[in-house]
Design a protein around this ligand. Structure first.
Ligand SMILES: Cc1cc2nc3c(=O)[nH]c(=O)nc-3n(C[C@H](O)[C@H](O)[C@H](O)COP(=O)(O)OP(=O)(O)OC[C@H]3O[C@@H](n4cnc5c(N)ncnc54)[C@H](O)[C@@H]3O)c2cc1C
Length: 316
């Protein structure tokens, strides 16, 4: 379930105390609010003692392994009609936090207007996972091996969060992902919506990742978006990484290097070296840190090539 530094964390916690692997959650009080207001009241009341249950695809294993021990579980599955819709928004798109990953994957507005997101969604686990897993749950969980945080970074998404006492706050994706499984969400806040600005005109895109088997978490992945100017040079490039650092990370240095460059294999290779400077992958049973870093550079070159080809109208 957890990747990156997580296996070390499992080992540390199991050595420090408790049975090796429990498969039953610790006891908790279960709440099933039927409105957003009710959910926010519960979160305001229980705060750090509570956990929100969305699709349960990450939280339930954590409960069963007793790596999460909330006294209160706030099940927000009754809020789908309020925060589970996809709608157009000021030339962009607003995706409710409770939108199932599979619903987003099948959404024609997403596949037509946000092809990078459409390319990444089917790479999340298996259909069964995506049937339950939510867009908001994946972002709030902030697993650095997840696809959606990297896509949110590249698309400059706004994360809309709500609390009973402070109302609404909009957090840029860049500031939302803080560290391993940690976001800027306060304990009394609920992620309610993801807002994507309009797709940059003419942009090419690519999501590349390597995993051991179809449906596994990626060992490393990269989300990429490229715009070219009239002369064919790179006007703007965006690169964000999955599984290559303690949190999802964007490489501004590589992006700055690419701006103004004519697309070429040499420029892509140099960009990959710049990108590697912000990457800090972990070693685990699936791959060494050195291998992950190597793959991240290969995928950077590949993603840039595909994105540029798509920006010039190629099929890639
Ligand atoms: C076998 C398996 C394979 C998987 N493979 C992948 C993969 O390849 N790529 C990938 O990205 N994911 C993968 N996942 C994880 C999956 O995408 C989860 O759906 C996702 O990580 C969490 O979404 P969820 O809706 O299930 O959230 P939950 O598990 O319910 O919650 C996860 C965390 O987010 C919090 N949370 C949820 N919603 C909100 C909200 N609206 N506001 C505030 N906090 C919230 C919860 O309190 C909890 O801490 C896999 C899962 C499994 C079981």
């Amino acid at each position: 379930m957890l990747r990156g530094r997580a296996p070390r964390e499992y080992a540390r916690r199991t050595i420090e105390g408790g049975p090796f692997f429990s498969v039953k959650p610790p006891p908790f009080d279960y709440h099933a609010p039927s409105s957003l207001q009710e959910a926010l009241e519960l979160l305001g009341q229980f705060g750090t003692d509570a956990k929100v249950l969305a699709g349960g695809q990450s939280l339930v294993p954590l409960l069963n392994l007793r790596l999460a021990r909330p006294a209160h579980l706030i099940d927000i599955n009754g809020l789908e009609s309020e925060i589970g819709q996809v709608r157009t928004n000021n030339g962009g798109l607003a995706i409710g936090a409770m939108t199932r990953q599979r619903t987003a994957e099948k959404s024609s507005v997403i596949s037509e207007r946000y092809p990078l997101l459409a390319e990444a969604l089917p790479l999340i686990g298996h259909i069964q996972i995506r049937n339950r897993g939510t867009i908001g749950g994946s972002l709030a969980h902030a697993d650095p091996a997840s696809e959606l945080p990297a896509v949110a970074l590249v698309l400059d998404a706004d994360l809309v969060v709500r609390s009973k006492s402070r109302g609404e706050r909009v957090i840029k994706a860049d500031s939302f992902f803080v560290s391993f499984l940690t976001t800027a969400l306060e304990p009394d806040e609920l992620l309610v919506e993801v807002r994507l600005p309009g797709w940059p005109s003419g942009a090419g895109w690519s999501y590349q990742e390597i995993s051991r088997r179809h449906g596994d978490f990626a060992m490393v992945g990269v989300a990429c978006l490229v715009r070219l100017n009239a002369g064919g040079a790179i006007a703007e490039a965006r690169l964000a990484y999955t599984g290559a650092a303690p949190s999802p990370v964007r490489s501004r240095e590589a992006e700055q290097f690419l701006a103004g460059q004519q697309p070429s294999t040499d420029a892509f290779a140099e960009a990959a070296e710049h990108a590697a400077k912000v990457l800090d992958p972990a070693s685990d049973v699936h791959a060494s840190a050195a291998y992950r870093l190597h793959v991240a550079k290969v995928l950077t070159r590949r993603a840039l090539q595909v994105a540029v080809s798509r920006a010039t109208g190629g099929a890639a």
